[in-house]
Ligand binder design. Structure first.
Ligand SMILES: [Zn+2]
Ligand SMILES: [Zn+2]
Length: 143
């Protein structure tokens, strides 16, 4: 999968207490249909942009951190509850930011559907993107 173009983007939570800037070369942009992302966001699936940790800087406030598994961090605004980011030992050195938290989410383009084996029965994307049972690193596409 080719790496996305370099980005310089801003974003933040709904109430504005936490603001961030992303500047650097993303690893990937992906929809994730796993049950943990679904629960975290209370949405059918989540769309993430992966960046090197040093490409993510907070310009206002900082996210509260909750670990859903040891060392696997979920970052959110402690005031308004907006989910913002994730870090996991499975992807060392990466920060995953929820694209919906960006000021201009359309500025990035999703590349794949990940964990599509866990997608809800009524989710039928017509975007033509490849669908993987888990991730593109862990097996061939489903279609
Ligand atoms: Zn907030
Ligand atoms: Zn997920």
């Amino acid at each position: 999968m080719p790496r996305p173009d370099p980005v310089k983007l801003s974003g933040g939570c709904q109430c504005g207490a936490v603001r961030f800037v992303l500047e650097g070369q993303p690893h990937w942009v992906a929809h994730c249909h796993c049950s943990l992302c679904r629960k975290q966001t209370s949405a059918p699936y989540a769309t993430w942009i992966s960046l090197p940790a040093d490409a993510v800087a907070f310009s206002k406030g900082e996210p509260a951190i909750w670990e859903d598994k040891p060392d696997r961090q979920r970052g959110f605004c402690s005031r308004c509850g907006t989910q913002l980011l994730g870090k996991t030992p499975k992807y060392p050195g990466e920060v995953h930011v929820l694209v919906g938290a960006l000021d201009e989410p359309s500025a990035v383009t999703p590349q794949v559907h990940s964990y599509f084996a866990d997608a809800l029965d009524w989710v039928h994307p017509s975007d033509g993107l490849r669908r993987f049972a888990t991730t593109s690193k862990e097996g061939p596409p489903l279609d």
